[in-house]
Ligand binder design. Sequence first.
Ligand SMILES: NC(=O)c1ccc[n+]([C@@H]2O[C@H](COP(=O)([O-])OP(=O)(O)OC[C@H]3O[C@@H](n4cnc5c(N)ncnc54)[C@H](OP(=O)(O)O)[C@@H]3O)[C@@H](O)[C@H]2O)c1
Length: 327
Amino acid sequence: MHAWRGHSFGPPEVLRWEEVPDPELGDGQARIQVKAAAVNFPDVLYTAGTYQVKPTPPFVPGAEIAGVVIESRAAELPVGARVASTLDGSGGYATHAVSFPFNTYRLPDAMSFEDAAAMTITYQTGWFALHRRARIQPGEWLLVHAGAGGVGSAAIQLGKAAGAKVIATCGGEKKVQVCTSLGADHVIDYTKEDFVKVVKGLTQGHGADVVFDPVGGDVFDKSTKCIAFEGRILVIGFTSGRFPEARANHVLVKNYGVLGLHWGMYNLVDHDAIVAAQRELYRLYGEGKIKPLVSERVPMREAPAAMARVASRGSVGKVVLLPDAAA
Ligand SMILES: NC(=O)c1ccc[n+]([C@@H]2O[C@H](COP(=O)([O-])OP(=O)(O)OC[C@H]3O[C@@H](n4cnc5c(N)ncnc54)[C@H](OP(=O)(O)O)[C@@H]3O)[C@@H](O)[C@H]2O)c1
């Protein structure tokens, strides 16, 4: 098999496409032929050595794939099954990957590999953030930052599916069009307008009931200025590069909550909830209420360049890597 391997940490260009031995198949594991792999921002952090999980080189990034089981020692994953998997958070930028049933899902017949590869991490993150953590209600105002990005685009669609009124922010005209096409009710280009002022205006002074924030930094700080009474700010990520700090006196006086979300932890603490969420996401997909925006289909051989685009705000929705012959 072949895989993108990092022998040291750094930007995506440190990765090398190499022939590597097939990993041994352990009891309860299945070998998957990778048909599509998603590029997620965390893959970039993982390669840089700045993610919460730091691998020992050589490592193979790639936290999310879809493919076909070609060899199995797991009764739940027979040979020929079409599956999506989050692996163990890595190993997907390869021709083949090894997985457990634990983090592997059988696909609905009508779902393409590229949609499947683009759906698990971003939509599970959006689902747990909005429903489990924020307990969003129909009719509430949801403010989604970086709405044209991976997790942001999923949050817009899931917010609409939950009956929320969705305001999205993003940087630039092209991304405004993307957020609109995803179903956002209002879109703010935060390179041109002050989103605090616009949110206050749109909500007639009420503010956003729920804020979905994958950006952090100034975006988080400003969100505390337009959060509603009993609002919830969801801390999803820090693409801005700065970890913001919540001011406890402000949280008290304005009566809002700051809620962290570490989706991967639910694999350890409440796996049944992950399985239930995946079932619900596949149902919504089947009903046409959600569909990942796969904006680029890139040959696996071009993975580092694709990762660099995602890291530098150069992508929208999801970038998916396909086996070279299929791309
Ligand atoms: N909490 C969890 O469990 C969980 C799960 C998955 C992902 N995440 C996190 O969610 C964040 C987003 O991931 P993603 O895969 O959706 O990434 P993505 O598709 O690249 O979207 C990130 C967006 O952030 C915005 N951004 C603002 N400042 C930026 C900067 N300085 N550099 C780069 N982007 C910047 C950009 O949108 P604009 O140009 O519109 O500003 C960019 O498109 C990451 O921090 C990731 O680690 C968290």
